[in-house]
Design a binder for this molecule. Structure first.
Ligand SMILES: Nc1ncnc2c1ncn2[C@@H]1O[C@H](COP(=O)(O)OP(=O)(O)O)[C@@H](O)[C@H]1O
Ligand SMILES: [Mg+2]
Length: 269
């Protein structure tokens, strides 16, 4: 992989177990990965392979079992709760599949909510740029239930970007959208990388969605199994199908030695 830009976030031997003893689930089995600034990375892989766990631990929403996460030069696995809250508030934007907007508030209030919580005022020019680029100008006074799915997700994107975070995480941001709204959302994410230098890490099931990214990582059973630059939809589809094929035939193929030994063994006994 080409490493042109400075690193935004680095995971080193990242392990996440849920539960313990006999019920332990190994969600991340020693993940090593770097995400560069100003790049758009897609994370793909079967359901349950650890994609959301990776996003949540990298974003400081969940703690790691072991390993390190280097963000802005510091290991965030050593931060206390207050420091983590500050990091999430100022450096990280998170976009959820289910939008997670507050129903009692207007689109505008939802967008500036992270700043309201931090007791700061929005940079009006940045707010205007986000609102106009996302086509939300006419919708600012509407509550979430008066907006389409695509509009709600665009509000959630503006909210994730309003504090100019160093990294934006998006966990299946188009999972609840029709294809037109999906394309709108993906085009905006692409544009924010290209024109605003945003760093984005996005989980998606959709090979077409992944093709908007600069890079795609395939996850399986808590590990990275593929890492592609300039992922085409076709390439990603076949990679995912190969991976599924491999996973459904867990018995390893026999080695040449085993085949030879079988041939030599006496038969018909
Ligand atoms: N809070 C949790 N408690 C216990 N197990 C969990 C929890 N969250 C996720 N898991 C398990 O960890 C594994 C990875 O889950 P997840 O990261 O959500 O996968 P993905 O996002 O790829 O579908 C799965 O086996 C899942 O059941
Ligand atoms: Mg998930």
């Amino acid at each position: 992989m080409m490493m042109a830009n400075p690193v935004a976030i680095d995971a080193i031997d990242l392990v996440k177990d849920y539960g313990s003893g006999e019920n332990v689930v190994h969600a991340l089995r020693g993940v090593n990965v770097s995400f560069e600034q100003g790049r758009f990375t897609a994370i793909m892989g079967p359901s349950g392979s650890g994609k959301s766990t990776l996003m949540h631990t990298l974003a400081g929403l969940d703690s790691a079992t072991s390993g390190r996460i280097i963000f802005g030069g510091a290991d965030i696995t050593t931060l206390n709760d207050n420091q983590l809250t500050m990091l999430r508030r100022h450096e990280i934007g998170f976009i959820f599949q289910s939008f997670n907007l507050l129903p009692m508030f207007t689109a505008e209030q939802n967008i500036i909510m992270p700043l309201t919580l931090a007791g700061s005022k929005p940079d009006r020019r940045w707010f205007d740029l986000l609102v106009d680029t996302l086509g939300l100008r006419q919708r600012l006074g509407h509550r979430p239930n008066e907006l389409s799915g695509g509009q709600q997700q665009r509000v959630a994107i503006a909210r994730a970007l309003i504090s100019k975070p160093a990294v934006v995480f998006a966990d299946e941001p188009t999972g609840n959208l029709d294809s037109v709204s999906s394309a709108e959302v993906l085009s905006f994410l692409r544009k924010s990388v290209q024109e605003l230098g945003q760093t984005i890490i996005m989980v998606t099931h959709d090979a077409v969605a992944a093709s908007y990214a600069d890079r795609a990582i395939v996850f399986a059973d808590g590990r990275i199994v593929a890492d592609e630059d300039h992922p085409g939809a076709q390439t990603m589809s076949s990679l995912l199908m190969d991976e599924r094929e491999r996973a459904t035939h867990q018995v390893p193929a026999p080695t040449m030695e085993q085949l030879m030994a079988e041939k030599d063994a006496p038969c018909g006994q």
